[in-house]
Design a protein around this ligand. Structure first.
Ligand code: ATP
Length: 301
């Protein structure tokens, strides 16, 4: 099984249930407050670790109670944490998620320690890339860190998988030579603004030098564009219960498939299965399946 390095965010998701979303200046009482591990980097690392991957995280948490819980959460799920550092100044990254009785939500994200995952930290853990085959990144850490990591990976022959979320313009330095760029439909729209069909926008992005572009399309499945052309992969039909973390589990499943020597198309099919199991359960990290859950799902088919 190939080694995977994740360079990304680690957040505490604070879910605050409220009768209604408060307006400016209003004070209201919450119905409940719950804490969950989150952040795209940690979610994807945990998705892969639960599927048996050899996953090494480079990230940063605050020297606070949330930081300890987030660090322990990675370890308990089997992610290697030698590259996770504790920040003296910044609190742990936090997402405050207000959910109203009507099911509407408002989210406020504080990057905190994630904003300090810097070039120097990547250099301190450069050795982790020496025998890695894949590096998985998202966009919740500083862009210059991503650009630098891309260069380190290129020097060491590590294949880069980038999930451009949250979407922001990507420099040629990042795009050129990426092994896989994997946005969802709305991220694709933000990366290629203006008119154009899914395939036209994808072609524009693919033309910037990435080797494989995969666009996830929710319940419609996913699309792969590469030198062989365009191919669509249907979603695995399930009764959706909660689609939170569908994208993170798809990306985790894809990378694990590849690290287990599947070809790209087989890895996309595996990712679709893993994501479908995730959407059939409640929660974000809580719904990410382990190997036993994938086998149980297949046995029940
Ligand atoms: P999120 O932000 O909720 O984590 P996303 O927008 O990043 O998700 P999606 O494109 O919604 O990602 O979903 C990723 C993959 O998950 C899809 O390509 C598909 O394979 C699977 N998936 C999503 N929704 C469903 C569904 N309702 N039924 C089955 N599979 C689904």
């Amino acid at each position: 099984m190939a080694k995977i390095v994740v360079v990304g965010s680690i957040n505490m998701d604070v879910v605050i249930r409220v009768p209604h979303i408060p307006i400016e200046g209003e004070t209201i009482m919450a119905r409940s407050v719950q804490y969950y591990g989150g952040g795209k980097g940690a979610n994807q690392a945990i998705a892969m670790s639960r599927l048996g991957g050899d996953v090494h995280m480079i990230g940063r948490v605050g020297k606070d109670a949330h930081g300890q819980r987030l660090y322990d959460n990675l370890l308990e799920n089997g992610t290697k944490t030698a590259g996770v550092e504790w920040d003296e100044d910044q609190p742990s990254g936090t997402a405050y998620i207000y959910v109203s009785d009507r099911g509407e939500n408002n989210i406020v994200v504080f990057s905190g320690a994630n904003s300090k995952v810097d070039v120097a930290q990547i250099n301190r853990y450069e050795h982790l890339f020496d025998d890695a085959e894949y590096c998985l990144m998202q966009m919740e850490i500083p862009r210059e860190t991503i650009e630098h990591t891309v260069q380190v990976c290129k020097q060491k022959g590590v294949k880069i998988i980038l999930n451009p979320a949250p979407a922001q313009p990507l420099s040629d330095q990042i795009l050129e030579g990426l092994y896989i760029l994997i946005p969802n439909e709305s991220e694709l729209d933000l990366l290629c603004p203006g008119p154009g069909s899914l395939e036209e926008k994808s072609a524009k992005l693919y033309g910037s030098g990435v080797q494989n572009l995969i666009v996830t399309l929710g319940a419609k499945g996913s699309m792969l564009m590469n030198e062989a052309g365009v191919k669509y992969f249907p979603a695995v039909p399930v009764k959706p219960v909660d689609t939170t973390a569908a994208g993170d589990s798809f990306i985790g499943g894809l990378t694990i498939g590849l690290s287990n020597k599947m070809d790209l198309e087989a890895a996309i099919q595996y990712a679709s299965l893993v994501a479908a199991i995730t959407v059939s359960k409640m929660g974000a990290q809580a719904s990410l399946p382990d190997l036993a859950a994938v086998e149980a799902y297949l046995a029940g088919k």
